[in-house]
Write a protein that binds this ligand. Structure first.
Ligand code: GAL
Length: 414
């Protein structure tokens, strides 16, 4: 063997043995700070520690993750990226294009991710053919949560059309009950808006407006109707809604202060963490209309130096897609596993509905990525829509003006 080749081989084997010996470390940036969320992320922390890892927690409070994403940018710009980051949808590709994401294909291939993840989910985890993120779950966005006692006392059934929702809300208002628990934060407004849009417009309308950004759809009469319903909903929230965190809105439903909340199924994680029982204390039903809006939480690993950190990234990726984590985490989080081979026996009826509806909407072509939760569009376009939605919700802007503003905002964001 030539001297230089021999030296290279020695270095390579030393590196390999160091990686093997390195104690896994991970600094993990995430926004899971509510009761149910914290309980869920603790599952990953425990599995990481049980496997010899040292976890440095970097929680950035703020539902929907806007504040976490601002913190991430600051860290990456200062050349000090966290080891692992809660990141999802097109934002993964945006970071990949900046050349800062680590390739986790070795773990993905060794664990056979392609065989256990649905193709649609796997697609979000790949960047130009390499695996660049690990999925933890599937959250459904288009849900209504309700206080069971309030509905019973007022003789109200879970609404199956938006007209029924409005009738129920009017009855509750007349009885002095807050119909809709809502937190006035832009991402929560957007969450409600996209559920209304899917319900009133249907899957093709949703796809055309919020995935394809088709101008005619954005300016359509149907979109005017969507804003009309948002104006109705604005009338059903209490006077203190502004700035309220989503979990405090969930608590209002739990405590009988309000009847309904329109929110993704992390709200169920909150009910469960408080010991509430689905079907007894609280009810779940998908928002009126056909289809299923999904959000897949995932973690991306950033390029970092140090064998300890790199082995931490590998261990994390491996645990995240592991069967046991996918089950226990999702039992707490309110979502369903991203893996298709995890038995759902221990999951509740809302999770079963979610899994069944996901399968049927996949067949019918109405399984759609959530725009409000960063699954459908890049940041600039999603932000442009949300700005209009929240400006309309917080003013007396007409639906026609909102639609015009929406079309202008998208045109300017391209
Ligand atoms: C979503 C995220 C969920 C949940 C929620 C509220 O964007 O997918 O996991 O944490 O925000 O914080």
């Amino acid at each position: 063997m030539k001297k230089s080749v021999f030296a290279a081989a020695v270095v390579a084997s030393l590196v390999a043995s160091n990686i093997a010996k390195a104690e896994p470390q991970a600094e993990v940036l995430h926004w899971w700070t509510s009761g149910g969320e914290a309980k869920s992320v603790a599952v990953l922390q425990k599995e990481f520690a049980d496997n010899g890892g040292t976890w440095t927690d970097m929680p950035v409070a703020g539902g929907g993750g806007d504040a976490a994403m601002t913190a991430l940018r600051a860290r990456v710009l200062s050349g000090n990226a966290p080891t692992a980051v809660q990141l999802k949808g097109p934002a993964i590709a945006e970071w990949y294009e900046e050349g800062v994401l680590a390739d986790i294909s070795d773990v993905a291939e060794a664990q056979g991710w392609a065989d256990v993840l649905p193709a649609s989910i796997a697609g979000h985890m790949k960047c130009e053919g390499t695996w660049c993120a690990a999925p933890v779950n599937v959250h459904r966005i288009d849900w209504i949560w309700a206080n069971a006692d309030i509905l019973k006392a007022n003789d109200i059934a879970m609404p199956t059309t938006w007209a029924e929702f409005n009738t129920a809300a009017d009855t509750l208002m007349a009885a002095g009950i807050i119909p809709l628990a809502h937190g006035g934060q832009a991402w929560q407004d957007a969450t409600v808006f996209e559920a209304v849009a899917l319900g009133l417009g249907g899957a093709e309308f949703f796809q055309s407006a919020f995935v394809d950004l088709d101008m005619d759809t954005l300016k359509s009469d149907k979109m005017v109707e969507v804003f009309d319903q948002m104006r109705k909903l604005r009338g059903y929230v209490d006077g203190n809604f502004s700035g309220r965190d989503w979990n405090l809105a969930t608590a209002m439903v739990m405590n009988g202060e309000a009847a309904f909340q329109i929110m993704g199924d992390w709200a169920k994680g909150e009910f469960l963490a408080a010991g509430k029982v689905p079907g007894e204390d609280f009810l779940c039903v998908s928002t009126p209309g056909d289809g299923f809006l999904y959000s897949v939480d995932s973690f991306a690993m950033f390029n970092v130096d140090g064998d300890d950190k790199q082995s931490g990234q590998k261990l994390l990726a491996e645990l995240i897609v592991g069967k046991s984590f996918q089950k226990v985490f999702n039992l707490n989080k309110g979502s369903i596993p991203a893996r298709t081979d995890v038995a759902l026996d221990e999951f509740d009826s809302c999770a079963h509905t979610s899994a069944a509806d996901m399968a049927s909407s996949n067949k019918e072509g109405s399984l759609l990525p959530s725009y409000a939760h960063g699954m459908a569009l890049r940041g600039a376009q999603a932000g442009a829509i949300t700005d209009v939605v929240t400006a309309h919700f917080n003013s007396d802007m007409s639906s026609a003006d909102a639609v015009q503003m929406l079309a202008d905002a998208i045109a300017n964001s391209m």
